[in-house]
Design a protein around this ligand. Structure first.
Ligand code: NAP
Length: 505
């Protein structure tokens, strides 16, 4: 155990900060910008990777693109007129992260290749002690974890996987120089990542076998290049781009509120969306048996919606095969399926997603007042965080990747309401000349109660999600990832949450 995670002890060499932010993705960048605006300059952003951008630095697999319109996928205060397409490719998101970090001058706070082990609230000194993997300890008045929801890659524990002699590549650790040409490749997983990757791999691999455990609804992608004249117009007259954003924001909001949150009332929309995916399969896949294998048996909306014009079609190619009987074991030269069929492969691609409910929440060990361990407390009680941000017994701490924090479809919607929350909270702290804030247990309990009740109307509880294996659900079957309110509500609420929901000291 690192010295910072032990109950007491300080060292004269500890560097002191006003705020330690963990994570240099869009969450950490947004938090630093907000804190700068509030007058804090003694910040450090700790990042385990060697560059900023979070998801958009780590994910570099072929076919990577944002899966909601780019007009909506940006900070509301920093529109980007340069998106090349409605659904911009991943590299443009990374470029945008670089641009924002430089324009708002927050790159100077970043320390890369720095892994945080954990943080402990020092009740005597009223500071956070943040332990780094290299043994260093930092102290800070405030701690903000911006570690993302999908940041802990999931590597499946399939018998024999460690004995595989070929190359294993997880989609979050793409090797840009690796040449798939002529390879016999297997992909495990058919989530949003695989839907983007499989059509690209099918162009390169000599043979491609896709191991699907749960089929996914895929609807057509309405994507197009944004013509240069329109980009110039966006740059010269930002109001025009704001108009486009207004449209895409509202379409997404409508989809989210009706098909996901008000399922009872609007479930015909879910049926219509599932029918659209079915028609898409019908038009894309000639083989009836194959179509059936690709057909999900749960309601549209249980999992994050996926768009592609090339995913289903890829399975028509003679060298692309779908395996749906499950994997029995992996041998040094291939995969043996549950039906006994062995496929000899050279390369195994793991599109197996992320580990939210074991490795995340929180991504580092966080120990608050009276030694309360956040991860343990969440698991012993229920996953919860007031306004998706703060937790009782954790003073001066905001967890941006919390249960009930992710609002709708764009991460930037989440950032927007969280930055507004920070603005009001830190403003009040300053106004009262206080040094600590802590959310009250009552406010937290009321918020959890409200979110739980709202979820009753959602597709998660009203629809048939039993077989979806959706990461929206935790191990207890609660859909405690998404905030079940509109984005509009989430943003507006930050201007009016009672400040008495916090104690200031
Ligand atoms: P995911 O949706 O969790 O999918 C993981 C896939 O791996 C699933 O098909 C899962 O099957 C399969 N899998 C996991 N363990 C397995 C095992 N032991 N055996 C067989 N199959 C196994 O992860 P993802 O595709 O990386 O996508 C995660 C999220 O990232 C998306 O929902 C989206 O929010 C985001 N994303 C965004 C973009 C974008 O914006 N461009 C792109 C990609 C992803 P089961 O379903 O049966 O568990």
């Amino acid at each position: 155990m690192s010295s910072a995670l032990r109950p007491s002890g300080s060292s004269p060499t500890e560097q002191q900060f006003d705020v330690v932010i963990v994570g240099a993705g869009f969450g950490g960048i947004g938090a630093a910008i907000q804190l700068n605006r509030l007058g804090y300059d003694n910040l450090v952003i700790l990042e385990r990777e060697n560059d900023l951008g979070g998801t958009w630095h780590v994910n570099r697999y072929p076919g990577l693109a944002v899966d909601i319109p780019s007009t909506t996928y940006s900070y509301w205060f920093e529109p980007n007129p340069n998106w090349s397409r409605l659904f911009a490719p991943g590299q443009e998101l990374k470029n945008y992260a670089d641009h924002v970090a430089d324009k708002y001058d927050v790159r100077r706070y970043m320390r890369f290749n720095t892994t945080v082990e954990g943080a402990r609230w020092d009740e005597d000194a009223h500071v956070w002690k943040v332990a780094l993997a290299d043994g260093e300890t930092l102290t800070s008045r405030f701690l903000i974890t911006a570690t993302g929801f999908l940041s802990q890659p999931h590597t499946p524990d399939i018998p024999g996987i460690t004995g595989f002699k070929g190359r294993i590549i997880h989609t979050t650790a793409w090797d840009d120089g690796f040449d798939f040409d002529g390879h016999r490749v297997a992909v495990i997983g058919t989530g949003a990542t695989a839907v983007q990757l499989i059509p690209e791999l099918s162009k390169r691999a000599a043979d491609l076998t896709v191991y699907q455990r749960t089929a996914i609804h895929v609807v057509p992608k309405f994507d197009f290049p944004i013509p240069p004249f329109l980009r110039r117009l966006f740059a010269r007259v930002p109001l025009v781009q704001r108009g486009f954003r207004w449209v895409t924001d509202n379409i997404l909001e409508l989809m989210m509120v009706s098909a996901v949150l008000r399922y009872h009332r609007f479930h015909r929309l879910n049926i219509a969306a599932a029918d659209l995916a079915k028609t898409h399969r019908l038009l894309s896949v000639r083989d009836k048996d194959l179509r059936e294998q690709l057909t999900p048996d749960y309601d549209f909306g249980c999992k994050r919606p996926t768009y592609s014009n090339s995913y289903y079609r890829a399975f028509n190619k003679p060298h692309v095969h779908l395996q749906t009987t499950g994997i029995e074991r992996i041998e040094p030269d291939g995969i043996v399926a549950n039906d006994g069929a062995k496929t000899v492969i050279d390369t195994l691609v793991l599109a197996t997603g992320f580990d939210l409910w074991d490795a995340n929440f929180p991504a580092i060990e966080v120990i608050g007042r009276t030694g309360r361990n956040l991860g343990k407390w969440w698991r012993d009680n229920r996953f919860q965080a007031y306004e998706g941000l703060s937790i009782p017994y954790f003073p001066n701490y905001l967890s941006l990747a919390s249960p009930y924090a992710f609002s709708g479809l764009s991460f930037f919607n989440t950032m927007e309401y969280q930055m507004r929350h920070m603005d009001r909270l830190f403003g009040e702290l300053r106004r009262r000349r206080a040094t600590t804030f802590e959310v009250t247990e009552d406010a937290n309990a009321e918020f959890l109660d409200r979110m739980t009740k709202l979820l009753d109307n959602s597709v998660f509880y009203g629809g048939d999600c039993a077989t979806s294996r959706s990461y929206y659900f935790n191990h207890s079957g609660e859909a405690s990832l998404l905030r079940p309110t509109s984005t509009h509500n989430a943003v507006a609420e930050q201007a009016r949450f009672p400040l008495s929901d916090y104690t200031f000291a």
